[in-house]
Ligand binder design. Structure first.
Ligand code: PMP
Length: 282
């Protein structure tokens, strides 16, 4: 793979030369927030919404922004252009910056801003064609999952466990109800065709793709219920899927080894994926 151009605090550098201090609080405390936007046809998808959520994460942590959202967007566009990415992802991370190690926030932090691109085929995928399998895992994350921090070790453990058990991913469970996936929002389609997804709260990330997909449903009079649902309901559902900025709408065809529906991506799921992709590139 060719060396990418990475953005670090005002500089566009070859990835080998991009460096962050070992005292950076992102490294020491995961005192950092991030966003991932997909790129299709050289265009960032739903980026304004990602930037608004970035600001919200910063505000919740009283973390200063490295620059204005307009400036961040200008850097993002430059990164897509410099790396010549037609299809893939743009990752951005803001940390509270470097300071001598201390749990309390430093007085006048100078935040760090880092960005990199990943070239990847995301519109067409075998997973989208065939659906994926999930296992359930207890949701052992902290209680502020609405803040998009880089504290991703537990989701990473849960996904690792899923792979060990021969599945693709894990859906997390708290008090018998699914919260969300390791890196995505979870949905079922009931036998009567209603889409059910957990209501927004501090218990889940407020997915940008979730919002876009629920808007598409509302415009088309597809019934939506925003409420908690159990693992049992997933097993009895007609269809299941997840959403995320990097996977769009992804069919889920089994959970804990039990087939969902007929074991193939559901009709409504496929339609929503197509609709989302059509709208995204408009
Ligand atoms: N939940 C979690 C825990 C996630 O990590 C993600 C993706 N980062 C999502 C939901 C989906 O959010 P989005 O649609 O904004 O990518």
């Amino acid at each position: 793979m060719m060396s990418r151009t990475v953005y670090v605090n005002g500089e566009y550098l070859p990835e080998e030369d991009a460096k962050i201090s070992v005292f950076d609080r992102g490294f020491l405390f995961a005192d950092a927030v991030y966003e991932v936007a997909s790129i299709l046809g050289g265009k960032l998808i739903d980026n304004k919404a990602h930037l608004i959520r970035l600001q919200r994460s910063l505000d919740e942590l009283e973390m200063p922004a490295p620059c204005t959202l307009e400036e961040i967007e200008a850097i993002q566009l430059e990164m897509v252009s410099l790396n010549n990415i037609e299809e893939g992802l743009l990752y951005l991370q803001v940390t509270r910056g470097a300071a001598d190690r201390d749990f309390a926030y430093p007085k006048n932090p100078v935040p760090s801003l880092v960005m990199f691109t990943q070239e990847k085929k995301i519109a067409q995928s075998a997973a989208a064609d065939n659906g994926i399998s999930v296992i359930t895992q207890p949701d052992l994350r902290w209680d502020r999952r609405d803040i998009k921090t880089t504290q991703l070790l537990y989701p990473s453990m849960a996904k690792h466990e899923a792979k060990k058990q021969g599945a693709d991913d894990a859906w997390l469970v708290e008090d018998d109800f699914i919260t969300e996936g390791t890196s995505n929002n979870a949905y079922i389609v009931t036998q009567d065709g209603t889409i059910v997804t957990r209501q927004l709260s501090t218990e889940i990330l407020h997915g940008i793709t979730r919002k876009a997909v629920l808007n598409l449903c509302a415009e088309r009079q597809i019934k939506i219920e925003e409420r908690k649902f159990t693992v049992e309901e997933v097993k009895n559902a007609k269809e299941a899927f997840f959403t995320s900025a990097s996977a769009f709408v992804m069919p889920v065809v089994s959970i804990d080894g039990a087939t969902i529906g007929d074991g193939k991506p559901g009709e409504l799921t496929k339609r929503l994926r197509e609709l989302y992709l059509e709208e995204a590139v408009k």
